[in-house]
Design a protein around this ligand. Structure first.
Ligand code: UDP
Length: 350
């Protein structure tokens, strides 16, 4: 089979690391990078560390408004697909690259496989939610990470081509855990379990300066200075540094590569995040998580007591970060770390 894979953003590179490896053992893949994330720290480092084949085509679309970015990608991906004539187009997750890839393919009657199908926050103000819903509705093969995702699709009338495969990020974490070394802890001069790790990137938080400031600066982390916060420092690997300042308790660091991120996550006392991937990684690594959102697509992590949804109210953030270590069980969620094999097998059967 000839597969055109469309990626463009950090979490998609991470997911592609799992599937491309398996796919290329048996099939021809052309990897198309839209250029949505182009900063070396958000893109190239993942290709190097995770041994992802270099993109065959880079569309270099870059940053723009949602409409302009999606439209430019749509036109450029269409041209690639006309040239390549793949048997399938493979898209990941919920970014503008996902939607443009799916739409370009659907209009050319090329079947679409969507990895991470069926996720819903039920918040249509999130650009990611629009991207997911529309992508799912033009996809032929819907590869779901959880039963909740399968049920969400059924409620929207999508039952054909839906397969529960588990989460490919579990595959990537499984392979990365042994390769992640503790060097970054020495570089940052932190001891295991002595710090909180925070990441914030969602538009609902970063586009709203009141929420941003609320999260980042005085009203939450540094007021935790009163001795209630369990951690000596809070680390933000972020590409939104221009918004923020390093204070005594908040240390801003550049975005880190995946292996360093794994080290930072597994040694944190608590993780605060608005990322979907980081919520699951915290769960898999057994680190308590505080989610800086009002809803989550990964509701099972909350059900089992390892994740708490707090929005961005400082008092709720601090209370959740200070909660005792969960004693609730942590059953296997989102698959066993072999989802990529199931995705490729599903493509082969379809
Ligand atoms: N991540 C990383 N370096 C960082 C911050 C995050 O490697 O500095 C990883 C993180 O472990 C997770 C992924 O990037 O696997 C999350 O990406 P992002 O938060 O951009 O997207 P989301 O998970 O919300 O789709």
């Amino acid at each position: 089979m000839h597969i055109a894979t469309i990626v463009g953003a950090r979490p998609q590179f991470i997911k592609a690391a799992a599937i491309s490896r398996v796919l290329r053992q048996r099939h021809r893949e052309v990897l198309v990078h839209t250029g949505q994330h182009y900063d070396v720290r958000m893109s190239a480092v993942f290709f190097q560390e995770l041994n992802i084949p270099l993109p065959d085509i880079n569309l270099e679309v870059g940053s723009a408004s949602h409409g302009a970015q999606t439209g430019t990608m749509l036109a450029k991906i269409e041209a690639v697909l006309l040239d390549e004539r793949p048997d399938w187009v493979l898209v990941y997750g919920d970014t503008n690259s996902t939607l443009s890839g799916a739409l370009a393919a659907a209009k050319l009657h090329i079947p679409v496989a969507h990895v991470e199908a069926g996720l819903r926050s039920f918040n249509r103000a999130m650009p990611e939610e629009i991207n997911r819903v529309l992508t799912d509705h033009v996809s032929n093969l819907l590869l779901c990470p959880s039963q909740t995702a399968v049920d969400n699709l059924a409620r929207e009338g999508i039952t054909q081509g839906v397969i529960l495969v588990g989460d490919v990020r579990a595959d990537v974490l499984r392979l990365a855990v042994d390769r992640a070394d503790p060097e970054i802890l020495r570089r940052l001069q932190v001891k295991p379990s002595s710090y909180a790790l925070a990441t914030v990137h969602r538009a609902e938080n970063t586009d709203n300066s009141a929420r941003l400031l609320n999260i980042y600066i005085d009203r939450s982390f540094s007021t935790a200075d009163a001795g209630h916060f369990p951690c000596s420092s809070t680390y933000f690997p972020s590409n939104y540094n221009s918004w923020m300042e390093t204070t005594g308790y908040v240390k801003l660091i550049e975005p880190v590569g995946y292996l360093d991120m794994v080290t930072l996550m597994r040694n944190a006392r608590v993780i605060l995040t608005d990322s979907g991937g980081v919520q699951k990684e915290a769960y898999w690594l057994g680190i308590p998580c505080v989610t800086l959102r009002d809803e989550t697509e990964w509701i099972e992590t909350v059900t089992f007591g390892w994740n708490v949804l707090v929005g961005t109210e400082p008092e709720r953030i601090v209370a959740a970060a200070n909660r005792p270590l969960p004693t609730t069980p942590r059953p296997t969620l989102y698959g066993d770390g072999f989802a990529a094999e199931r995705c490729v097998a599903a493509l082969e059967r379809s």
